[in-house]
Design a protein around this ligand. Structure first.
Ligand code: PRX
Length: 670
């Protein structure tokens, strides 16, 4: 058996109930003890100072304490296990050699990148936008920000220049870190060109560009700098001439730093509640929300859940397939595993390139022991057939994780029986951008796991199923999934908009955090996630607001109104279905459909592709003019195919235009 971790706390099925009871009996005592897994510069004096009361929402953990997040993720391991591999990088193209970065090398690279940021004028508290492919520099850039107390805002590379711009402006970011291009499934993604477009007329002063593919880029002399030139420049040289081009021979990416020299500037320590990052996520209405996560509590929670939910052991090779642009890529591709001193695998590509065996080839190549992915990838691979599994052994795998969307029983069984050869545990982890880490999940040793159940709350987490009257329901229940008390990884606010934070999460069910999901609790006390209660769709594990897609569609000159809902999709979990009302005389033909999708791609990005567009002569509305999305969801999902099905719609006679429903049912596209 591989050795255990050196952290004494080890949650498993046999001690879970006892430890859970202790953790919620007094969460301050519990988390104060657990906080010893972090390296502190100054001890905290108050463990927990939180309130969910709608008129006074505040969330503070470990006040008085100070630490450096990057030191916790990098330096302390560079000192203790300097030769241990921190990051294994596997390229999009299997012919490209993989790279390994030890903790010592990571320390050197993070330090140099931090110095680069400082020399370019970044100071603690500044926001830095990161728009990167899945390359080590993405993690290095995040850690470099953390090291100097800058607040990173990572934007997924699949978002359009307009979406990127919106996120740059919202947090008033003056610096963007990007790469010339990304590579996914052999396709080049013009990241730098997107940044150029996004930055036109913005307040961005510096753009740092990683040379990744070597593809051509336009250059803005006063603004753009190559990462490799600045990362290796001595501060004095940089200070002499900030616009200098390469005077020091740059090291190629991944090359070892033989000199062992780290430009170790004095490390600054930051308050436990110092902002660590902003991550934008979609809600039911309005623009994306910049959720703010802070330092100590977030890091502790990411590390703690990483260690326990994946049953981490020191010799593990952990692979999380999420992109760094999402919360999973933050908590379980960077902060959790690195704080634990683990070896993580970062993969640039896609599951089906060059063929559908790629994931499993990579597992075998690097002897991956813990694998964490989204059901959408599993469904895609399942459809390709088991022949792609046959060429690989996957013997190294021990724990399999699922995240981002409900996992259907068929995918769960395939994951368990075929991918894991019946020999691995599956952990189906429920959590959100807002929660920072897993909230409800089985443990690898949990017996009788039910396919598709999120099972049990994590230690310190108090879920509640709340009914329409705002009261928690005990026992077997179904309703709004809320959390009754704070946990250290919780988002603290929405950047620059605390009122919206309160409104969204704490007003709907007073004194509870409202997740936006519905759930049920079965007779064994296990939780089952049922999906979003709001107008958010979850497409391939990516969270998108229907309102944003609607606003993009109505930008088209021929569109007068649009309503977007999710519908069950075999591969993506949910697909996007748009009901579109055009100007009189216009016809929703293939040309307009293409134009509309091009518009959505331009305004939001390729992630928001509309799968089905139906011509809607009129949309069903209430007398106050509100579009009845509940009805549209049922029609899009194929639940209403004839008059006999109308009873599932409830009373539609009170609608402003009940007759509109007939036309939509008749025009349903499947
Ligand atoms: O609806 C839930 C779904 O994804 C939402 C959160 O999305 P996001 O903030 O983008 O974070 C995704 C990665 C944590 C939730 O409100 N969701 C997430 N995990 C699961 C899930 N639904 C069912 N089962 C899960 N394991």
């Amino acid at each position: 058996m591989p050795e255990r971790t050196h952290y004494s706390f080890h949650l498993n099925a046999s001690n879970y109930h006892e430890l859970y009871a202790q953790s919620v009996a007094d969460s301050s005592v519990f988390w104060a003890e657990q906080a010893a897994m972090l390296g502190w510069h100054t001890p905290f004096h108050t463990v927990k100072n939180t309130s969910f009361a709608p008129d006074d929402v505040h969330i503070k953990w470990f006040e008085g304490g100070a630490l450096n997040v990057a030191e916790n993720c990098v330096d302390r391991h560079a000192a203790a296990t300097s030769d241990k591999i921190a990051i294994i990088w596997e390229a999009d193209d299997p012919e490209t050699p993989s790279q390994s970065i030890t903790y010592l090398q990571l320390q050197q690279r993070v330090n140099r990148a931090a110095t680069m940021l400082k020399n370019l004028g970044v100071v603690a508290g500044d926001r830095v936008t990161i728009y990167m492919p899945m390359i080590p520099e993405a993690a290095i850039a995040m850690l470099a920000c953390a090291r100097i107390g800058a607040v990173h805002s990572v934007v997924f590379g699949g978002f359009s220049p307009a979406s990127l711009r919106q996120r740059i402006d919202d947090c008033d970011s003056r610096m963007v870190i990007t790469a010339d291009e990304g590579l996914r499934g052999g396709k080049h993604i013009a990241l730098k060109a997107n940044v150029d477009e996004a930055c036109k007329g913005s307040a961005v002063e510096k753009v740092i560009v990683v040379k990744h593919t070597g593809g051509a880029v336009n250059w803005n002399d006063g603004r753009d700098v190559w990462w490799h030139e600045f990362e290796h420049c001595h501060p004095a040289l940089v200070a002499e001439s900030p616009s200098s081009s390469a005077r020091l021979s740059p090291l190629s990416r991944g090359q070892a730093y033989e000199d062992g020299v780290t430009e170790n500037e004095a490390l600054d320590y930051f308050d436990s509640e110092h902002p660590l990052f902003i991550l934008y996520t979609s809600g039911s209405t309005g623009t994306p929300k910049g959720l703010l996560h802070t330092s100590a509590g977030y890091l502790l929670y990411a590390m703690h859940t990483f260690l326990n939910v994946f049953d981490y052991r020191q010799s593990d090779v952990f692979w999380c397939t999420a992109d760094v642009g999402w919360i999973t890529g933050h908590s379980y591709m960077v902060y959790g595993p690195l704080a634990a001193g683990a070896t993580l695998l970062m993969f640039e590509g896609v599951p089906t390139y060059p063929d559908a065996s790629r994931f499993w080839q990579v597992v075998d190549k690097h002897k991956v022991t813990i694998f964490y992915t989204a059901p959408t990838a599993l469904r895609m691979l399942l459809r390709e057939g088991d022949a792609w599994l046959a060429t690989t052994s996957r013997k190294s795998l021990r724990v399999l994780g699922s995240v981002g969307e409900p996992i259907n029983p068929e995918a769960w069984r395939w994951y368990h029986d075929e991918v894991g050869r019946g020999a691995c545990s599956i952990v189906d982890t429920w959590w959100q951008t807002e929660t920072g880490g897993h909230l409800i999940t089985p443990l690898p040793s949990t017996p009788h796991k039910k396919a598709g159940a999120a099972m049990n709350p994590y230690v310190g987490v108090r879920p509640a199923i709340v009914g329409g009257d705002g009261a928690a329901i005990d026992g077997v229940a179904e309703g709004a999934l809320c959390i009754a008390d704070s946990w250290p990884g919780q988002a603290r606010t929405i950047w620059n908009d605390h009122a919206r934070f309160v409104e969204t999460y704490f007003k709907p069910y007073p004194n509870y955090y409202f997740s936006g999901d519905a759930a049920r609790r079965d007779a064994d006390g296990h939780y089952w996630i049922e999906g979003r209660m709001d107008d958010v769709v979850n497409v391939s594990g990516h969270r998108l607001g229907t309102a944003e897609i609607e606003s993009a569609l109505v930008e088209h000159v021929l569109v007068t109104e649009a309503a977007v809902v999710g519908f069950p999709h075999e591969i993506k979990g949910q697909g996007i279905y748009a009901f579109v009302t055009l100007l009189p005389g216009a016809v929703l033909d293939d040309v307009i459909r293409k134009e509309l999708n091009a518009l959505v791609r331009k305004i939001i990005g390729a992630v928001a592709h509309v799968d089905v567009m139906q011509d809607a002569p009129a949309l069903p509305k209430t007398r106050s003019g509100k579009i009845m999305r509940r009805i549209l969801r049922k029609i899009a999902g194929g639940e209403i195919q004839s008059k006999a099905d109308y009873e599932k719609l409830g009373d539609i006679s009170t609608l402003l235009n009940p007759e509109s429903v007939d036309a939509l049912v008749a025009g349903w596209i499947h």
